[in-house]
Write a new protein. Structure first.
Length: 369
């Protein structure tokens, strides 16, 4: 009986041990500990907008024929940024509407661009894209400047200069002063988008229909003589000074080396003025003669416009060359015979006069034959 009791106790102890808690296993961990976290859904990829394709500018490589100025705009009236040497390569991006100026890549210029005269750039005949400015059509009365003029804030030379109107520029006419000697024009950078120019150098068909304005641009009631120039009064032109380019005999404005297999003809245009602006231009050229010859034969053309006399001097080795005759505005087909063996320079300057003297000139030289 005692053995049965002991056996029963032993079996009960084993059963209790089997039913008690055992060592923890992975399967006995709480469900919350074994469940994988639900993956956080990633947002759908945003739609990538492809950049709008832009036209790649056509760049044309060019070589300078002579030493030239890089200017801030397409014209000699714009600031000279630097002097580039003959033979230097430039990257041409566009040409002006009339094809006379090339826009080149020039990091130091406005917008990374500069301008050089197209006639001094050799592009090998490659086409250069035209940069056509947006022009607002003129639907009302219009006039054309016959020469380079100052645009002023009022109808008189005592008013501030707003800018310069280049020759052959067509402008919209918006009024006139009581004597008809000054014309108000549309000029976006002026006060109220207006400016004034002297009527003496503006070509118009008629000013009869223009409103009569006072100095502030307010319409006035014309008198019996309103709109008629005062008899015996000649309006004084307000010619703008030439932009200073800083050239000297040591650093001429242009330099050309004539050769029978290279450059045989040279063309150039510029402007000078005194007492303000650019008082002189220096142009250097080296002529050639055929084998056996000792003198070079050149044909020169010189034309001018402005309100003064242009003085042209021939220099060599820093000295004025005597007894070579004179070269004057209006000379066409002028023959020039020069000894070879060195470079010559033309010095162009206005003769002294009263007030501002401004001269625009164009020069061509051909080395014969």
């Amino acid at each position: 009986m005692e053995r049965k009791q002991l056996l029963s106790l032993f079996l009960l102890t084993v059963l209790l041990a089997a039913c008690g808690p055992g060592p923890a296993t992975a399967s006995s961990l709480p469900a919350s500990s074994t469940a994988e976290a639900s993956p956080t859904p990633l947002p759908p990829p945003s739609e990538t907008t492809s950049p709008t394709p832009t036209a790649t500018p056509v760049i044309v490589a060019g070589t300078l024929k002579v030493q030239v100025n890089v200017r801030a705009g397409p014209g000699t009236g714009y600031e000279s940024l630097e002097l580039l040497n003959a033979g230097q390569t430039v990257q041409v991006a566009a040409q002006s509407g009339d094809g006379t100026w090339f826009q080149i890549l020039y990091p130091a210029g406005p917008g990374g661009m500069g301008w050089v005269s197209a006639q001094f750039v050799e592009t090998g005949g490659k086409p250069v894209p035209s940069l056509t400015p947006q022009v607002t059509p003129i639907t009302g009365p219009a006039g054309t400047a016959s020469q380079r003029l100052n645009v002023r804030s009022g109808p008189g030379t005592n008013y501030a200069t707003l800018g310069i109107l280049e020759a052959n520029t067509t402008v919209a006419l918006t009024g006139k002063n009581e004597t008809g000697t000054w014309l108000q024009i549309a000029y976006p950078s002026g006060p109220g988008g207006r400016g004034w120019v002297t009527a003496a150098y503006v070509q118009v068909t008629s000013t009869a229909g223009l409103p009569v304005l006072n100095a502030s641009g307010t319409p006035v009631t014309p008198g019996s003589q309103a709109g008629t120039p005062v008899p015996g009064v000649t309006p004084t032109p307000t010619v703008g000074p030439a932009a200073a380019d800083g050239d000297t005999s040591a650093r001429p404005l242009a330099r050309v080396l004539f050769s029978p297999l290279g450059t045989r003809k040279f063309e150039f245009q510029g402007d000078v003025s005194i007492p303000d602006g650019d008082p002189e231009d220096w142009i250097e050229f080296t002529p050639y003669a055929l084998p056996g010859g000792v003198s070079a034969s050149l044909t020169v053309n010189l034309g001018c416009s402005g309100n003064g006399t242009l003085v042209v001097e021939l220099w060599q080795n820093g000295m004025l060359v005597p007894n070579r005759g004179t070269l004057a505005c209006g000379d066409i087909g002028r023959s020039l015979l020069l000894p070879t063996g060195g470079a010559y320079q033309l010095r162009l300057r206005p003769a002294p006069g009263n007030g501002l003297i401004y001269i625009h000139y164009w020069l061509s030289m051909k080395n014969n034959p």
